[in-house]
Ligand binder design. Sequence first.
Ligand code: ADP
Ligand code: MG
Length: 347
Amino acid sequence: MMATLTVKGLNKTYPQAAEAAVSDFTHTFAPGRITALLGPSGSGKSTTLAMIAGLLEPDSGSVTFGDEDLTRVLAERREFGIVFQSYALFPHLSARENVEFGLRVRGIDALERRRRALEMLELVRIPQLAERRPAQLSGGEQQRIALARALAFKPRVLLMDEPLSALDAKLRDELRAELSRLLGELGLTTIYVTHDQGEAMSLGHELVIMHRGRIEQCGTPSDLYRRPSSPFVAGFLGSANVFEGECAQNGKGLVVRLPFGEWRAPTGATLGRCWAMVRPEQIEVAAPADAQFHARVESAFFLGGHTRLHLRVGETTLLADVPSHVPIVSPEALPLRVRDGGLYVQN
Ligand code: ADP
Ligand code: MG
């Protein structure tokens, strides 16, 4: 059985910093799965990863793998593979020699080193480039080498910090698909740091959302998308219309008062202040007789299959994604409705 990586109460404040970079980071990483650590720039992702890797000493807290306490164990003894945004390859070594490097440090003999390096370059699908130096390779190819190097010594955990961020969009998509395949095949416990929600949602079996040094929420991508615990998560994962509101009792039951009307409160909502979310795809153009509210169309962006509408209702702006074939007949007062179940309310 695969051992479990557990992190408890990690704290880090850099010297002279006014605020902690990471506060009370506690998480059990699902063995054999990819956990994406997602958050805006400066939210503490890299600091957290560096402490898990053993590259940065935490002020307090612990890192354990199975029943091994790694908190005071040196990075190179943790047997964790690490891949950074900058490929950090040795420029004077060939692709193969770069991959072999970590094996040499571990005292593996030349023949076995070579065999394993070639196997790894095969795995990341660039065996034909084995004898090239980094300067003769594209960014995507260099990152494949960095990945091969991290995997060559059969790490117990794979840690990646924004591995695709330095690549242009097309390469990034290509390598993302490749990583998804590869990590799926390897079944390695992986922590994948990124600020890119699309990358996190497509690669992560689980997401840990960070905000100002703290874990804001964790769960599967679809859980977090459907049931964010805060307006921050709602707005960070995908597009969202988020409102402050109030749940009140009227003659028919509990209602939510929002800037664009009064709505029956979904189950679970309680009396008092609340915030509400409607995803753009939950707003649809209605037949005039079925309209729940009307909005002025301020702009429409054709995005292929759907069109993104920027709407205005009084002082409030709303985003709606409607199928592009739906005609916008009355842009001054477009009849709209929120799909059943499309209104999410949290007190
Ligand atoms: P992220 O990876 O999410 O962008 P970081 O972990 O790099 O965030 O940074 C978290 C906070 O710690 C930020 O406020 C950043 O400015 C600060 N920080 C990061 N590295 C250092 C450092 N070496 N010295 C001082 N402050 C740092
Ligand atoms: Mg970072």
